[in-house]
Ligand binder design. Sequence first.
Ligand code: CO8
Length: 258
Amino acid sequence: MNVLFESKNGTGYLTINRPDKLNALNIDTINELKETFLKVEQDKTIKCVIVTGSGEKAFVAGADIEYMQKLTPNEALKFARLGQETLHLMEVSNKPYIACVNGYALGGGFEVALSCDIIFAQVNAKFGFPEVSLGILPGFGGTQNLSRLAGKLIAKELIFSAKMIDAAKAKELGIVNEIYQTREELLSAAKELAVQIQKNAPLAVGFAKRAIVDGFGLSKEDGLRYEASLFGVVFSSVDAKEGLSAFVEKRKPNYTGG
Ligand code: CO8
């Protein structure tokens, strides 16, 4: 299995698992990722997902170069579309995805992290887009997602130069939420955040994600209208009634997801 998945107490733990190849994404790994994301969507008990890589050295060192080398241009285009569609499943999901970047996050690996909602990094993390040094360009959404997250100037500098940056620089550029010293600290911080997210009303968290992710491409005015329409829908939910009543009645809310 190139992708390991288990769920415990409402949190899904997804591990990209080809440590001998620094978790490089070949077609089997992309297909397994896609299957896993689709399963997560169907499982109502999973409220949040943590994504990491196997081994000590890498989150994901990119798309599998040996695999890509054998592709025809048409197959490469299809591979890029499959990778984009697969990673996009995290963005269209209402469940928050937390990347735990434990080492190299290069090319397609950086793109996996950029498709997550929160990025935590271990101090040894290295981010970069080496593609142009290989004669290709990012193809799993990197040009779009990095410029949206960090701005076009930063995206152009990193993508044109193919240079790697460390976790501290990535945090300075707003690409990383927090940095942790050890892998244990990294995973336990992600778990703690997942627990904190799960205490909240799932529909409200999901709709807040929609407002931020889908609203990003809209004009401010349209974004505000979109936010208000989502607010109206969430306001009619069982959990909204429960949350507001619990506050007034000075008790803890009991959210059911309705
Ligand atoms: N693909 C395939 N194998 C890889 C990859 C990769 N991306 N990265 C590492 N490996 C393999 C190595 O070949 C090696 O295998 P083996 O032991 O069988 O020789 C093993 O993993 C360990 O790697 P190294 O010995 O190289 O480890 P080092 O610690 O010396 O170096 C590096 C670590 C710096 C991360 C180095 O491995 C490296 O430069 N890797 C390639 C990084 C890279 O260029 N990534 C970007 C790939 S392109 C991409 O992601 C495009 C995405 C969009 C695709 C669009 C579809 C067409």
